[in-house]
Design a protein around this ligand. Structure first.
Ligand SMILES: O=C(O)COP(=O)(O)O
Ligand SMILES: [Mg+2]
Length: 223
């Protein structure tokens, strides 16, 4: 039996330059079980990817802040508090980074992303004062409400779809995937994963990025 999948996007379905690896189009459209994309990116990214893969739109975005399953969207997290952190951070001399920080956060509904160039210590200090947390995905700092996680998002997806999270195979690369790894039956960290993800995974792959992911998907298909 082919297992359902919960897949991180950045660092897991991409190459080292952050580009989507074309092998996703080879293997995911014909996957014979549910595929859930679980990302820290804003909501439109995984929705678009599902659309162009020809997959049902079952997504967890913003690190669990936004979940779409069976046509229903749910939101969790205090976007206004995250905005207040961003505003305070800027007023204390921080920069959100990116040429187009407004574009990066334009579609964010529950949290704010800040460039890794930003002053991390200051960002963490300001976030803590608002009782929010900062997670580092290796792609951005995310300022978010506590207790919102991809893994909780997956439990919500599973309730709606009448699946057990333990039936899922997860693949990911960073801190924001550890909660997913904890609720699934089998989890893999790609070789480029951070230490938090590697510690949480059942198995650390020898190969990085989509090379690692593809090796798991191929062996699941052939088993
Ligand atoms: O948005 C990010 O920072 C990382 O996104 P990811 O969860 O798909 O790796
Ligand atoms: Mg990732």
């Amino acid at each position: 039996m082919i297992p359902p999948l919960v897949l991180d996007i950045d660092g897991t379905l991409t190459d080292a330059q952050g580009r989507l690896d074309p092998r996703v189009f080879e293997v995911l459209p014909s996957w014979d079980a549910p595929v859930v994309l679980a990302t820290g990116k804003a909501f439109p990214y995984p929705v678009s990817l599902c659309h162009y893969l020809g997959l049902p739109q079952t997504v967890i975005a913003e690190n669990g802040g936004v979940v779409l399953v069976d046509g229903e969207v749910t939101f969790a997290g205090d976007r206004e508090a995250a905005q207040a952190v961003a505003d305070e951070f800027v007023s204390r001399g921080g920069t959100l980074g990116w040429d187009a920080a407004d574009t990066v956060n334009r579609w964010r509904e529950t949290e704010i992303a800040v460039s890794l160039d930003a002053d991390e210590a200051l960002l963490r200090e300001v976030a803590a004062a608002f009782d929010l947390e900062v997670i580092d995905t290796g792609f951005a700092y995310h300022v978010k409400s506590r207790g919102i996680e991809k893994g909780i998002g997956l439990e919500h997806v599973c309730e709606t779809m009448d699946y057990d999270p333990a039936d899922f195979v997860a693949i990911g690369d960073s801190e924001n995937d550890a909660s997913t790894f904890r609720v699934v039956g089998q989890s893999y960290a790609v070789a480029n994963a951070d230490e938090v993800a590697k510690d949480a995974a059942d198995e650390v792959l020898e190969q990085s990025y989509m090379d690692g992911t593809f090796s798991v998907l191929e062996s699941l298909q052939n088993s």
